[in-house]
Design a protein around this ligand. Structure first.
Ligand code: OVM
Length: 401
């Protein structure tokens, strides 16, 4: 791989955003990167970093100069073989990106989700009743993992068997956007087995006759995508649709448990559930970072990023940039969190965000109806992942309403 010396005036850091210290608490690094300048060189990986809101958002919108087709991880598909066939959505540029994107936008759009509203509301109420019986419990396995696992695989239409593979597969896929460090290597022994299981769930005859999976295949019948593309579009749902929503739900639950006044505000005004979830996505940024690749020598903030070089976009740092957000570290249901880049921005902006918001809205609404107080009941622990900001454990006590 070629590497051009960084311009002399370009701020540089030896910090490793994928080291355990940074994954445990990334906020000091994010502040350092934002304050260093609009573009920073990360020596350790010889890549460029954007951490300010304006530059991150501008680069996300500019898909022509900041390409996804060479992968959105550290690995540059111009030079390195991807660990799996690239995603037709995430790891593709127009025009190839557009038909799969159109199909998935339709399949996961508001019309399709309408059918799920009542069922998911009832599922959320049943789950909240179950955990209320427990009194004190770990909210990660019993609530924030349990809810997506209860509703999403059924909505896609995959069989029961093997669903325990979904979280480990997603966890590895998000680790694999980072470097070949201990986290990525820890996932390697199961890659073949997990990938084979995921691929098998994407076949037409394995998927239920109704569901997101069948809907994707129906779009292939209509010629919107090819029959060769359909399984990979289903794979995107199974890769990106579980861990992300789990960690988003953990984020909002932890925020509410530790901000009792905001919980009271939500109880008094349950229509704030969507704001609460988006504010938690801004505040926590479950997806912390994604890379892009420069398609030409591209000027950003007075420096030139050379053609073919990787750029790490710190969504999480942009979401707490004081240049954009008043009191950015505050979790605040009175602010308007729209415009956050926690779901990305531009043509690749999370195609599943309506699904995520419906899951969160269902669960938060059930909680506001049945729970008076959410209290931490013990020490929390983080789960480290190269891309995701996640809780491993959130011990809570729910006080019934
Ligand atoms: C995909 C995909 C999309 C978004 C995130 C992601 C593993 C994967 O299309 O496979 O993370």
């Amino acid at each position: 791989m070629t590497s051009t010396a960084a311009p002399a005036h370009l701020p540089t850091t030896a910090a490793d955003p994928f080291a355990h210290e940074a994954l445990e608490d990334p906020l000091p690094l994010h502040r350092e990167l934002r304050e260093a300048g609009p573009v920073v060189h990360l020596e350790r990986y010889d890549v460029f970093a954007l951490a300010r809101y304006a530059e991150v958002r501008a680069a996300l919108v500019d898909w022509q100069d900041f390409s996804s087709g060479a992968g959105v991880g550290l690995s540059n598909f111009r030079y390195e073989k991807p660990w799996r066939p690239p995603s037709l959505l995430l790891e593709a540029d127009p025009p190839r990106h557009d038909a799969p994107r159109r199909v998935l936008s339709k399949v996961l759009g508001p019309r399709a989700l309408h059918r799920l509203r009542e069922r998911w509301a009832a599922d959320a109420e049943a789950l909240v009743d179950e955990v209320l019986d427990r009194g004190e419990f770990d909210a990660v396995p019993h609530l924030t993992e349990a809810f997506p696992l209860r509703v999403f695989p059924d909505a896609v239409g995959i069989p029961q068997e093997g669903r325990e593979n979904l979280l480990p597969y997603g966890n590895h896929a998000f680790n694999a956007f980072g470097p070949d460090n201990d986290l990525t290597r820890a996932g390697a022994p199961r890659v073949a087995e997990l990938s084979a299981w995921v691929a098998a769930q994407c076949a037409r005859d394995v998927l239920a006759p109704e569901g997101f999976g069948a809907d994707i295949w129906a779009q292939a019948d209509r010629g919107e995508i090819t029959p060769e593309q359909a399984p990979l579009v289903v794979r995107s749902l199974l890769t990106a649709g579980v861990d992300t929503t789990v960690h988003g739900l953990s984020a909002v639950l932890y925020a509410l448990a530790t901000h009792p006044a905001e919980w009271e505000r939500l109880r008094a005004q349950p229509a704030l559930a969507r704001v609460a979830f988006d504010e938690a996505v801004r505040w926590e940024s479950p997806v912390q970072t994604f890379f892009r690749t420069a398609t030409r020598d591209v000027a950003v903030g007075g420096t030139v990023i050379p053609d073919g070089r990787k750029i790490l976009m710190f969504l999480a740092a942009a979401n707490r940039d004081p240049r954009r957000w008043a009191d950015p570290d505050r979790f605040d249901l009175t602010r308007d969190p729209s415009g956050h880049v926690g779901f990305g921005f531009g043509i690749h902006q999370c195609v599943g965000q309506h699904v995520a918001r419906l899951e969160a809205g269902s669960l938060l609404t059930a909680l506001t109806r049945r729970v008076a107080r959410i209290e931490l009941a013990g020490p929390t622990t983080r789960h480290h992942n190269n891309t995701l900001r996640a809780w491993g454990s959130i011990p809570v006590r729910l006080v019934p309403a």
